[in-house]
Design a binder for this molecule. Structure first.
Ligand code: GLN
Length: 186
């Protein structure tokens, strides 16, 4: 049984813990490098990437996460989490883990479009998923070796690079747990 760590510094980490509980997969709050010892995959939730980046650096969690990722641990970032995994953020200097070879644009659907949901197609999931977008980023550059899993209105909104996954939207805010199931089995 996998043991999924959910970065619990800020944002909607409790929703991910709820989704994991619903499918019977153990979820653990991760705030410090020590919390990483017992987990074998990581979810970074939605939230505020500037804040989380600063706190990750302060507690040494960023370096510890990069080390575990390099050792092969699967990572999944939703919304802010995908920003934290990106190599580059458009027009900004901010700390990221640089684990997905992508460039992201924050709040890409416009500041006036705070949140919305819509159906999105998703590679490997026959009926697609309901995408909940909250001040969501898009992927504006996809590096070599990065697979596009989902596009919405011609924009890339989900990617995978090996065992690392990023989604612009929030499956944890729905009762559809297929992506959590898939990630737990990766
Ligand atoms: N707009 C946020 C950011 O740029 C992300 C929003 C979210 O995670 N729902 O950090």
């Amino acid at each position: 049984m996998p043991n999924v760590g959910v970065i619990s510094i800020q944002g909607d980490f409790e929703k991910h813990l709820h989704s994991l509980a619903q499918i019977g997969v153990p979820g653990n709050e991760v705030r410090t490098p020590d919390d990483l010892a017992g987990v074998d995959r990581i979810i970074i939730p939605g939230g505020e990437s500037t804040t989380v980046g600063k706190l990750m650096q302060r507690f040494g969690l960023g370096a510890a996460l990069i080390e575990r990722a390099q050792a092969g641990m699967p990572f999944w970032g939703t919304c802010m989490g995908m920003i934290m995994l990106a190599a580059e953020v458009e027009d900004r200097e901010q700390f990221t883990l640089n684990l997905l070879d992508i460039t992201v644009r924050r709040n890409a659907f416009g500041p006036q479009v705070h949140s919305f949901e819509d159906h999105v197609d998703f590679v490997g999931l026959s009926e697609g998923v309901t995408g909940v977008f909250i001040r969501a980023p898009i992927v504006t550059r996809v590096g070599e070796g990065v697979e596009v899993l989902s596009r919405y209105r011609d924009q890339v909104v989900a990617v995978r690079q090996g065992a690392r996954l990023g989604t612009s939207f929030h499956p944890e805010l729905t009762e559809d747990h297929r992506l959590h199931e898939w990630f737990a089995k990766l």
